[in-house]
Design a protein around this ligand. Structure first.
Ligand code: 6PG
Length: 247
């Protein structure tokens, strides 16, 4: 399925459109299936979107009882560390809304070694879909929506150019050694095996340099996939690139 490209002048406009889309998707999914599984992106770009979702205008419309939050990746730090993707989502969204702790599925990235944290998270994801959606444990879960960012090198989640994690075909979640990442911390990341099973992947990207990468991916996905891990995201369902010219 060809990707949808949504272009905006500003990150604010882009974030509001994303908040509307997520609200609509969550409302329909909870109405139809009782559950909306949303994997959150890390980094800084989605903060404004999370603040929108946590604002009264959106928070009051979202069916929090059926929403289950996951993460696309996490840095191997404590959940209170400023570098933690969970901490950013907690501060900008989670602490403001009426979502049960049982619906928040944080990556336990503080577990050592990181490979054990990855294994534990894959098990959590499988268990939630088994218990809440009746999915057999052996089946790969399909998130309703995976929100992703993209770095200036075309990485997404914690899937970095040239990293062995790009070739993981079996495991749903993997530990990543990312010395060139910023911050250069070990990480836990969903793999393409899980990301590409999603019913919808929604990239939220801002800034001129990233815009150029997005255009390269749209123009020639195969060629771009040689350089940019984000080009290897090709979900079973819908792929949306929401791009803000200015960050
Ligand atoms: C992470 C993120 C990562 C992020 C991109 C973009 O843990 O760093 O998940 O994939 O989405 O690096 O980050 P910015 O939004 O801060 O540019």
């Amino acid at each position: 399925m060809k990707p949808d490209i949504w272009r905006f002048e500003t990150l604010k406009e882009c974030s509001l459109a994303a908040a509307d889309f997520i609200t609509d998707q969550a409302t329909a999914a909870v109405r139809d299936t009782g559950m909306f599984s949303l994997a959150l992106a890390g980094g800084s770009t989605p903060r404004l979107l999370y603040e929108c979702l946590g604002s009264p205008a959106y928070a009051s419309r979202l069916p929090w009882g059926g929403i289950h939050l996951f993460w696309g990746d996490e840095r191997c730090v404590k959940k209170t560390d400023p570098d933690s993707n969970y901490a950013m989502a907690y501060d900008s969204l989670i602490k403001k809304v009426d979502i049960a702790a049982a619906n928040i599925h944080r990556i336990p990235a503080e577990i050592e070694p990181p490979s054990r944290a990855a294994q534990a998270y894959a098990e959590t994801v499988r268990q939630v879909f088994h218990q809440k959606a009746g999915l057999p444990l052996a089946r790969t879960p399909a998130f309703d929506l995976v929100l992703l960012g993209m770095g200036p090198d075309g990485h997404t989640a914690s899937l970095f150019p040239g990293n062995p994690a790009l070739h993981e075909k079996k495991e749903l979640v993997t530990a990543v050694v990312a010395p060139t990442a910023s911050p250069p911390l070990p990480r836990i990341s969903l793999t393409y095996a899980l990301i590409n099973e999603a019913k919808c992947v929604f990239f939220l990207v801002a800034g001129r340099r990233k815009n150029q990468i997005v255009q390269e991916i749209i123009d020639d996905r195969t060629g771009a996939a040689q350089k940019y891990p984000a080009a290897l995201v090709w979900p079973q369902g819908r792929l949306i690139w929401a791009v803000a010219e200015n960050d």
